[in-house]
Ligand binder design. Structure first.
Ligand SMILES: Nc1ncnc2c1ncn2[C@@H]1O[C@H](COP(=O)(O)OP(=O)(O)OP(=O)(O)O)[C@@H](O)[C@H]1O
Ligand SMILES: [Mg+2]
Length: 226
């Protein structure tokens, strides 16, 4: 069974929510699914996991793995690992990330790994999210939004993946903000990037994992991913 790196064209495009829908849907199919967010950054939650993303993802996948594996490094300011580590005086530990990834891969049949921000978010001066995807030897699913500007961001993301030799499984259009008509966006992105759009997720009122799971089941051919 394959594992995937869930990347995005930017921060706040819906990586966590779309991934939670995928994880919940795979769990429902009786697949032993694991989740990971190598680096998380932002305000620390008062209870549960430090990272809100991990709180959502662990619940969706129904895993009880240690926080240290699910999210090896948490930075309490919203910034890239590169900037956050400098500002906090904490060392980025890529080996710790890769060790945790290996352990989680051995604990589950399939692993979904959420990226940080976009594909070129810096981890070290000369080490980006793209390098992490390569080190994990994963293919990637790119989450993109529908707001005007997304065509530029998606083409750049696909081109960087091609430059780094990262296989792109497909694009998911998270149609939660107005701008492009999602079907025209699909048509144009497929023509320009030669990457398949796996599905379009609509805006979800009062979003929950369960609602997202149903939209994922309806709009993405999950059999293609297992
Ligand atoms: N389909 C949707 N319908 C409605 N709201 C959505 C949808 N997708 C995402 N959202 C909302 O958009 C916000 C950003 O989503 P999410 O946290 O999944 O983004 P992200 O790419 O994981 O961000 P980050 O880079 O911080 O990890 C969330 O508040 C979520 O509630
Ligand atoms: Mg997220």
């Amino acid at each position: 069974m394959k594992s995937y790196f869930i990347s995005g064209t930017d921060t706040d495009v819906g990586k966590t929510y779309v991934m939670s829908g995928l994880a919940a849907a795979f769990r429902k199919m009786d697949i032993d699914i694991g989740v990971m967010k190598p680096f998380a950054a932002g305000t620390e939650q008062k209870s549960g996991f430090k990272s809100e993303d991990i709180q959502i993802l662990a619940k969706a996948a129904q895993v009880n793995d240690p926080e240290q594996l699910l999210n090896p490094q948490f930075f309490s300011i919203p910034a890239s690992p590169f900037t956050a580590s400098k500002n906090l005086g904490v060392r980025v530990d890529v080996n710790l990330i890769l060790d945790s990834f290996k352990k989680l891969s051995n604990m589950h049949d399939m692993l979904l790994v959420e990226g940080m921000g976009g594909i070129m978010t810096p981890i070290l001066k000369d080490y980006f999210v793209t390098d992490l995807i390569k080190a994990m030897n994963l293919e990637t699913i790119i989450i993109t939004r529908s707001r005007i500007g997304t065509v530029n961001h998606t083409i750049m993301t696909c081109n960087m993946c091609k430059q780094y030799g990262i296989k792109i499984t497909g694009i998911v259009i998270n149609n939660f903000d107005s701008g492009y008509s999602p079907h025209e966006l699909q048509r144009d992105l497929e023509e320009i990037t030669d990457v398949k759009v796996l599905g379009i997720i609509p805006y979800i009122e009062k979003i929950t994992i369960d609602k997202m799971m149903r939209h994922v089941e309806e709009n993405i051919d999950l059999k293609l991913l297992i």
